[in-house]
Write a protein of this length. Structure first.
Length: 147
């Protein structure tokens, strides 16, 4: 895989998206926090950067598996995203249950990071994912390429 394989916008749960651009630029939109940060109920929108790590290069623990990993760092472009994600159009199906988080209105941190795993669907299409909540009861947050 190369960085160019990921260029474009990837959409997730309830209007979230992540756009990968050349020169390692990224834009996050309403992206929920990874792992315990998901439970803090914020959604971040803003500019960022990304880098692709080959299998075996990721050293961040077992949060995304042992394949290709995309590390994303972003800064909050606004203090908070006040929209109710339940009222918006849903993105592709995810294993996140919207009933678990009815409203995500807390202000995001100034900066956040995600370690995003890369996998393939049964049809061979790339899928991106990260894990949310407590490590003992995690959910998988999928992002799929916008058509």
């Amino acid at each position: 895989m190369t960085a160019a394989d990921f260029y474009g916008t990837w959409v997730g749960w309830k209007g979230s998206s992540l756009t990968f651009q050349p020169e390692h630029r990224a834009v996050v939109k309403k992206l929920d926090g990874q792992e315990f940060a998901f439970d803090d109920a914020w959604r971040m929108s803003g500019p960022g950067s990304w880098r692709l790590l080959k299998p075996g290069a990721y050293r961040g623990g077992n949060t995304v598996g042992d394949g290709w990993v995309i590390q994303v760092k972003a800064s909050s472009g606004s203090r908070a995203v006040k929209e109710d994600p339940v009222a918006e159009g849903a993105g592709p199906a995810s294993e996140i249950n919207p009933d678990d988080v009815a409203s995500r209105t807390e202000p995001p941190p100034g900066k956040a990071e995600w370690d995003i795993g890369v996998t393939r669907s049964k049809k061979g299409e790339l899928r991106l994912f990260f894990l949310t909540s407590d490590p003992d009861v995690r959910d998988t947050y999928y992002l799929t390429r916008k058509k």
